[in-house]
Write a protein that binds this ligand. Sequence first.
Ligand code: GLU
Length: 261
Amino acid sequence: MYKKILALLFLVVLACTGCGKSEDELVVNNLSDIIVRGKIIVGVKTDAYPFGYIDNKGNYAGYDVALGKLIAKGLLGDESKISFVPVTASDRVMKLYSGDVDMLIATMSVTPKRQEILDFSHSYYTAGQALLVKKGSNIKSLKNLSGKRVIIVYGSTAENSLRAAVPNVGIIGYKTYPAAYQALKAGKADAIISDDSILLGFSLNDDSVKLLPKRYSKEPYSIAFRKGDESKDLIKEVNSIIETETRNGNLRRIQKSMGIR
Ligand code: GLU
């Protein structure tokens, strides 16, 4: 990796000093940009405990955040060479394409539709859609949702799948998971549909809600990049870091330490 970084750095320096290609011909390369900058900028959730949240000391925390640090270490040799930018399900793609972030590590599932506009790394976790209801609710599965009001978070996979699975459901959208959870608690709807990994965080800390056992999808979480050749080198390096950290058991250890199954 370091040899490759040096080679890339050399090319960038050549181009910048005018000895190489002119500026117009400069090929955009997200990996060399990061190396020249000396840090990665990663979009993470702050509303998706235990994947991306702010801890009680005010720091970014969670599995996605820890994975970001491993990637900073793998690419730049130091896990502190990273800046985090908060994203939500509905603004994350915009923040990626506006250049605010280099990549998204943000509970983001790979779907065929998203693959049309984004490139993805290897998957690092698999969640599944589930329902969170109030204790005592008579909703047992998706079948009971016909004519009911169900909460989704804007920009999430559940927004589309719910519409398709239960055509006459009343959908209420929120921007963040805590807002969705407060709305369920306040009786504004009968259920929330989203990834079990995120909903579990609420049910573990609150006896008045429960996560139903059925799962309605497979949600492979992957790191998202701007689509195109500019991302190829970066994705290759990130994939090799994910492979290494999976093989050496680090990812599994981090998941366990955060109570993720
Ligand atoms: N994994 C799902 C998605 O990518 C839901 C979690 C989220 O809102 O980020 O849409």
